[in-house]
Design a protein. Sequence first.
Length: 351
Amino acid sequence: MTKLKNDRFLRALLRQPVDRTPIWIMRQAGRYLPEYRASRATAGDFMSLCKNTELACEVTMQPLERYPLDAAILFSDILTIPDAMGLGLYFAEGEGPKFHKPLHSAADIEKLEVIDTFSDLSYVTDAVAAIRRELNGRVPLIGFSGSPWTLATYMIEGQSSRDFSRAKTMLYQQPELLHQLLDKLALSVIDYLNAQIASGAQAVQIFDTWGGVLSHAAYREFSLAYMEKIVKGLTTQAEGRQVPVILFTKGGGNWLLAMADTGCQALGLDWTVNIGDARRLVGDRVALQGNMDPAVLRSSPAVIEREAETILQAFGDGSGHIFNLGHGITPDIDPNNVKVLVEAVQSISVC
Ligand code: CP3
């Protein structure tokens, strides 16, 4: 294996000393980049882009060619697992993800099978291996998955949702059925992330985009418990290094201590949390990733620099911070503003 030339992202995740705060950006490869839109046009549609090893590799590299980022993230999607389970994922133009066969009945859930990544989702592991070759040790590669609860919301609703009415009805009316689904998803996610690690992912992130819509008690029972099961089932070492796990619950500010107790190495924070307060709360249990409001990138360079500095200062001295946005970058962002952000973090960084 090629030696990693820049490992400050992995070191910060383990709270080991670093020369400066590392930065990467959720959804760093995406529609705000004209070169991404060109690659997607070549592929035809988003899923074809994910399934084409060469193009998935190409778009993963695009943000790294523009900006001195400290990590790459696999180009794929969280909904590959439900697709592999037979739900038939498609993207209707301008409407986000949809399933041809959402889960409508107990029978639909009973017949679902836990995935076997190397046979059902080999396009993902092929992409991981190809990206590692292309990176050639430049920066580490992040693998990822959705959390069981977040995947379940899409599978039950059949698409994105505002109020999660079907998923929440199941949660309160048929909790055992939802647990059956979440259990199959947790086993699938363990297999999926371990296959990504075996193929070359050097850290993994679990996206719990919709954990924050749950009640205080329901979050622990229906989202966190399954993420904990996943963390405990993951390969911890690869290529002679620890493989850190990042848990990101959007709207999860109420549960940071409980999240830290799962055994993960880092927590992703959305922008509603003060990162200094979060650090005082979690102490030396975990590293923290985040947490600038993506909307800041719509403003001027001076505001972007000021906001980045506020977050860096709120975290304070020492390792254990990975700069990121509090959620994914949106398609309307000017790529020059991303450059301003990355350069600001690298010059202000107080490590
Ligand atoms: O971060 C990265 O650059 C890696 C790639 C990545 C994508 N999706 C590519 C993508 C990652 C990590 C994801 C995760 C993902 N996908 C999440 C969790 C993170 C989050 O943002 O909360 C969720 C909920 C999804 C499901 C999903 N996929 C949605 C809701 C959409 C539609 C988004 C929209 O604005 O239309 C997608 C499609 C998707 N996934 C795109 C990209 C670049 C856009 C597809 C396109 O080119 O049209």
